[in-house]
Design a protein around this ligand. Structure first.
Ligand code: S3P
Length: 443
């Protein structure tokens, strides 16, 4: 448990947030399936990405994990063994709290010559897996839920020949899309995944850099497709992981909430499929400048954020919906905190996916913000926030969800009294040094 008081001091100075979680996972997975070595700098050493390393070690991949003496930036070296180089693990594979590890790995395991059992912690065992079981089964895989409840543990039988499919995903989910594409690497024909809106495209960008024949297409109606033509071998590469915009979002929000703040967050990934939070906050009047923009294959920039008074759009109302939602899905908890402090009504729609994240985030956001005195109501696919009331301190139940813990630690900086985050340890899933970095910015 951690207690946090209203901040009398602004946030000042510079911070590097840890590496992007999605890119870190993928760099290890794709490195394992490539021929030759992959060297990763800026890897996120959070529990989720360490689960990915652990699973691939159990699948016979040699992975070295060293610290660089100068800046303490970790370097990971993955000794890839090619698409067909994984070996049968001695035990079941445990993915901890990580949905990305579970779903992407399932796509890879479906194509192996050996059987595996894949499971994770209590939260993972409650998250929907039918969304990957269904398309993988269509591809010819043999994958089922041990308890018959469409959740992990997943039993994956090996030795199946997979065929490419054209799949229309009902959800804009990069985990679903990536799972199918990874199975597609082993299939006998093209794999095409359509989604209602383009979800984060790290798999497409990175697999292409590793040598795969893959690209995105968006048609006139805005429907998005990822198209993979199998057959090209993957080759190990160097990956320089940018800072995670999902982690940066907490400090952006803190600077916008605490008067007088002025901070720079360095080297943050600004891939367009991830940076919806920046567009929305700017529309609400946030002073966020992108400096030193670097258009690498995964673009990045320094974010200079100064305290700003936020406002709603037309008539003090702000609506978030549609294709914007997947571009900021993980930032919606912290966005809700910011919106609750602004003098406007914010309506979040088309975000039912929040119910099946590490916790039911619609409930976790609404229940905790209500405890803090906010006028907020959950809806079937989002929430309605009547912002502008002062926050009051509360005891926050995180449900073991790292993003809820960090979002409410930031809300606490603007709340009268002492807020207690019960179970603050879960921040280690994606940002082990979160409280230290926050403290430094407040000194
Ligand atoms: C992720 C995709 C998103 C996101 C998760 C990471 C990824 O999940 O919420 O934190 O790395 O592909 P969905 O694909 O289920 O939306």
């Amino acid at each position: 448990m951690i207690s946090i008081e209203k901040s009398s001091k602004p946030l000042k100075g510079h911070v590097y947030v840890p590496g992007d979680k999605s890119i870190s996972h993928r760099s290890v997975m794709f490195g394992a399936l490539a021929d030759g070595t992959t060297e990763i700098t800026g890897f996120l050493e959070g529990a989720d990405c360490l689960s990915t390393i652990d699973c691939f070690r159990k699948l016979g991949i040699q992975i070295e994990h060293t610290q660089r003496p100068v800046h303490g930036v970790p370097t990971i070296t993955v000794h890839g063994r090619g698409l067909h180089g994984l070996s049968a693990p001695d035990t079941g594979l445990f993915t901890g709290n990580s949905g990305t590890t579970t779903r992407l790995l399932a796509g890879i395991l479906a194509a192996q010559p050996f059987d595996t059992v894949l499971t994770g912690d209590n939260s993972i065992e409650q998250r929907p897996m039918n969304r990957i079981i269904k398309p993988l089964t269509q591809m010819g895989a043999d994958i089922s839920s041990l308890k018959g409840n469409d959740c992990a543990p997943l039993i994956i039988k090996g030795g199946k020949r997979l065929r490419g499919i054209t799949y229309h995903s009902p959800v804009a989910s990069a985990q679903v899309k990536s799972c199918i594409l990874l199975a597609g690497l082993y299939s006998d024909s093209d794999t095409v995944v359509y989604e209602p809106a383009l979800s984060r495209n790290h798999t497409e960008i990175m697999l292409r850099a590793y040598g795969a024949d893959i690209h995105n297409e968006v048609d006139v109606k805005g429907s998005a497709a990822a198209i993979l033509h199998p057959g090209s071998p993957l080759r190990g590469i160097k990956v320089n992981v940018p800072g995670d915009i999902s982690s940066a979002a907490y400090f952006i929000a803190a600077a916008l909430l605490v008067p007088g703040s002025d901070i720079v967050i360095h080297n943050v990934g600004i891939n367009k499929t991830r940076s919806g939070i920046l567009c929305v906050l700017k529309q609400m009047g946030a002073d966020i400048e992108l400096e030193n923009v670097d258009e690498s294959i995964e673009p990045r920039a320094d974010l200079h954020v100064r305290y700003s008074q936020l406002h709603g759009g037309v008539n003090g109302r702000f609506e978030l919906s549609g294709k914007l939602i997947p571009t900021m899905i993980d930032e919606l908890p912290i966005f809700a905190v910011v919106a609750a402090s602004a003098n406007c009504t914010t309506i979040i729609k088309d975000a039912a996916e929040l119910k099946v994240k590490e916790s039911n985030r619609i409930d976790a956001i609404c229940n905790n913000l209500k405890l803090m005195g906010v006028d907020i109501e959950p809806t079937d696919d989002g929430m309605i926030i009547n912002g502008g009331r002062p926050f009051v301190a509360a005891d926050i139940e995180t449900e073991g969800d790292h993003r809820i813990a960090m979002s409410f630690a930031i809300a606490a900086l603007a709340a009268n009294g002492q807020t207690r985050i019960i179970d603050d340890k879960c921040v280690g899933i994606s940002y082990p040094a979160f409280f230290n970095d926050l403290k430094r910015l407040l000194q």
